[in-house]
Design a protein around this ligand. Sequence first.
Ligand code: FPP
Length: 259
Amino acid sequence: MDLSGLDKSRLPQHVAIIMDGNGRWAKERGKSRIEGHRRGKTSVRVIVEMSRKIGIPYLSLYAFSTENWLRPQDEIHALMGLLEHYLAAEQAKMMRYSIRLLAIGDRSRLPISVRRTLERVIDLTRDNKRMTVILALSYSGRNEVVRMVKRLASEVREGKYEPEEIDEKIIAAHMDTPDVPDPDLLIRTSGELRISNFYLWQIAYSELYVTPTLWPDFREKDYLQALIEFQRRRRRFGRTDEQVMDPAPSSLEASGIKS
Ligand code: FPP
């Protein structure tokens, strides 16, 4: 893969992806939706691998939303199976390349065997330093806010915080991603112009990139195109063009603003 169009010094620190279009990919080919998810799993492997090679430290993948529990049982079952298989198959590679796995969402709803596998891989990879892959599983942005408010409210009740001292920093620390920088780039495949209840708090200043390519077809060249487009953007974080000297700082830190 020719990466010469990429400026290595201005890579996004965190890329988040809404992996959409598996069903449409399958339908267009007269295949079952599950076939679309199976091929989508290959795209996951390819994109994690490419992120590692390029040197993107954080990659978030929206793999299963809270709303996805409403899908037909056989599809849910197949998705859980694919997920478990992916985790078991990739754990050795995660160790070899120092990739840490994190999961966000309501884990309590996952089937017990998926949960056990997930927790085993999270535990096994916890000290890996080169890259962090964050799987959003049984996740929705609003559900995350609800869980965050409950946690924070009970800490206020215990006297840990006064209501007046609650600020953005305290809220961020109580979300599912306390030690993860906010996404610089949010990619959505399959052309829909929606956030679909993915990260809500964290994407306040993310650059959005939507491609018509369906997730099962999303490969290195599509990812490269998204990264190149990201590097063309001018991120202002609410300031004026004149104030922003760097044409496209790759993170809030680079722009001098603390997240
Ligand atoms: C959206 O396509 C995709 C999903 C609901 C699941 C994503 C899952 C994978 C890519 C496979 C396994 C995941 C991992 C992490 C190994 P859709 O079914 O909504 O497509 P449609 O909108 O075309 O119907």
